[in-house]
Structure formats: structure tokens, C-alpha cells
Design a protein. Sequence first.
Length: 448
Amino acid sequence: MIRSPFGTVLSPRAQAGRTWQNWARTVRVHPRRTESPASVADLQRAVASAAAAGLRVKAVGAGHSFTGIAEAPDLLLDLSRLQGLVAADPNTGRVTLLAGTRLHTVPRLLAPHGLAMPNLGDIDRQSIAGAISTGTHGTGATFGGLSTQVSGLVLIQPDGGLLTLADGDPLLPAAALGLGALGVIAEVTLQCVPAFLLRAEERSESLESVLAGLADRVKEADHFEFYWFPHTGRAATKTNTRLPAASPQSPLPPLRRWVDDSLLSNTVFRATCAAGTAFPAVIPAVNRVAAAALGGREYTDRSPRVFSQDRAVRFREMEYAVPAQLLPAAFAGLQRLLEENPRWRVSFPVEVRWAAADDRWLSTAHGRDTAYVAVHRYFREDPTEYFAAFEQLMLAHGGRPHWGKEHSLGSAELAERYPFFDRFLELRGQLDPDRVFANAYLDRVLGP
């Protein structure tokens, strides 16, 4: 076992609350107080002090949730100083990280130990605690979301005490995706795997051909996803194949990566989104050009560099999880929605991904193999009608909303969609009877 110290213990930076907003600019709050703990002990003291004063407490990582799940009206705990590797064991593959550790820093921390996270989402700006707590996932029909990688947790309770949950603990499936409702996460232990490479094949294809062979492609690939550009018959596909770490690498040349992933995918895309906001009629033509331009590249690189990309264009997002077998019907319904509402000019592609069934109580993939459909709008556009119609369509196909992305459901509707929902509420009542860790969003989705 290789263990690193917490580092120099600093006193938490406590100050009068400053205005906080999330990345998508959908949530803005001015907490009464803000603290930036630099150690687990600092975190314990901050929680206990606030609870004793009758304040509600919320921890904030990178602010990448689109919902108000991290909104903190009383005490905001900024975890940006609570980052780093606590322990790593190359023999078991278990690694422990401080809660505020950003996903994009994890590969550097794991590299000396020859380890990697088994799967990642397409964005890596989140904190590890925030990512698991909201149900962040990647794609791959035999791989679960990030919370399924959790093999242990340390939670701060309302009195400042530590609740340590190890692999096999009956409460771990609840706390590993706990919405921040069961305590403040201090440390996360992940079950990692030996470092590996991914061979990426990215194509621009006709949507018709993608849909015709979808079942086989999802089944045969380690990680498959596609992006459909609304108002076009084209899709961008990405197929990732896992390879041993010792396999030959063939990464994208730096200039090609910069042109594709920075210049085109961010700078140019931002300009076209802005133009589409001003002149919506140009969006279908722009989408056709974008759909044809994307794809047509193959490369092999370290897994984190293939799983995730930089996303600098600000947007709003709604994502629903449907039973995998219902994806064709749900997607066809979305196509009809856009055909029947030509006034919606949607510049962002629709993203479709997959995950295996898991046992996390509030996981969108709990108990069923799952397909995810995500819709987006540029942040300066009004998504109301589009999102509302999409939501009703997904609900009709057994959909469950991503906890960190926009949706309108309350506790009564969600209880019907999660077999362990009532058990989660009972556990919440035991661990946080005074609702120290509640806020307006949790009051809506879990009840007061």
C-alpha cells in the first residue's frame, strides 16, 4: 500500500458568502457563508459548526450540474482545496481520492501506479464527489456509470462525525450515488483497472445506416456512441476498442488535435451557435456542414485522452435514461418531434450512449440495461418548449432523468421509477433527520 499525506494543514478560508453560479449559468445563489476546507478535519469542523447553528450545508465541486443540486443558501463548502490522492494500491487497484479532486487530474495521479478508471464520461471537469453523486456516466453496454466504480466512501455526518463505508457494506449502493443527501463526501475509494489504451474510430455516417445496425454495433463495441445533428440525415459515430497498455500508440498529431478539438469543436462551433441564435434559419445548413466535417479519423491513445474532450461552448442540457430495448422507439419519437416542430432550430447534436444495469439505489441504470438520450441548447437560446416535449416523450418510454441535468420531476413521480426510492428516503431520515444537507432541489426530488 502506497499512502500519501494530506499535506500541510491549513485553516479553512471562511468568509461572508459570495455569489456562486454553476457552469451553465442556470443556478445562481448568494450563500450566507462560504468556507474552503483544506483537510478532512476542517471539513468536519465546518459541518458540525453549521449544523449546530441551524444552517443548511452544501458542498460544491466544479459546478458542472445543470440543476440546483449544489445550491447552498446557508453554508457553501467549496471543495477546491480538498484535492489529491490519499492512497493507492496497485495490487488491488483500489485508490482513494479527496472529494474535490477533479476528474481531469486523476489520470496524472494514477499513472505512477499503472492504473486507470475503467470508464469516463465525455467531460472531465467535474469533481469526483460531484460526478458520482449525480450519476455521471460514459458509454459502453457492459460498463456502469462512475458510481459503480466506488468501493468505499467517507461521509461527514451532521455532527461532524465520519461514516466510513467499505465494499460490501449494505449502505454503499445508496451512498455511492447519494445526491449529497446523506452527508458531505470527504473521500472516495475507486476500484480501478490496469492502465489501458483505446483505439478510436470516428465516422460521419448516414443516420439511417447507424440506426439499421445499432443493436450489433452497441453489442460488439467496447464503447459506442453517436451524435445526431437535428435537421439532417447524418450522425457522427465513435467506437472505442480497449487495448493493453503495451500496445503501439498512434495518437493524433498535436496540430490535428488542436484543429479538431479546439478550433472546430469549440471556437468555430461557438461562432456558429451565436450566428444561429441571431439567424435561426441558417442552423439546418450549418448542421449539415458540421455533420459532414466530423469523423473520418482513427487514433490510439491513453484511455483518458480518448474518453473525454474539452467542451468550452456553454450549453444547457436535459438527459433521460430509457430501457435499452426501448431506445429505437424513443429516438424515432424524437425525430418526429423535430419534424413536427420546424420552428425549433437546434444547433447542438443529440447524444446517445449506453450503460449496463447496476445496483446503485438511485442510479438511472438501476436494474436495467440502459440507453441515454441527451438534448442540448446553446445557453443563449430558450430550451423550454423543446425540453418539455422531449421530457414527456422520454417519460412515456420509462425514462429516468439524469440527476445533474435539467428536468421537472418531483418526488412522487420519481418514486414510481426507482424500486429503492422509499428505502433511500428512510436512510436519509436516519442519517440526516434535520435536513442539514437539504436544499430546494432535494426538497423537490426527495421531499422535505
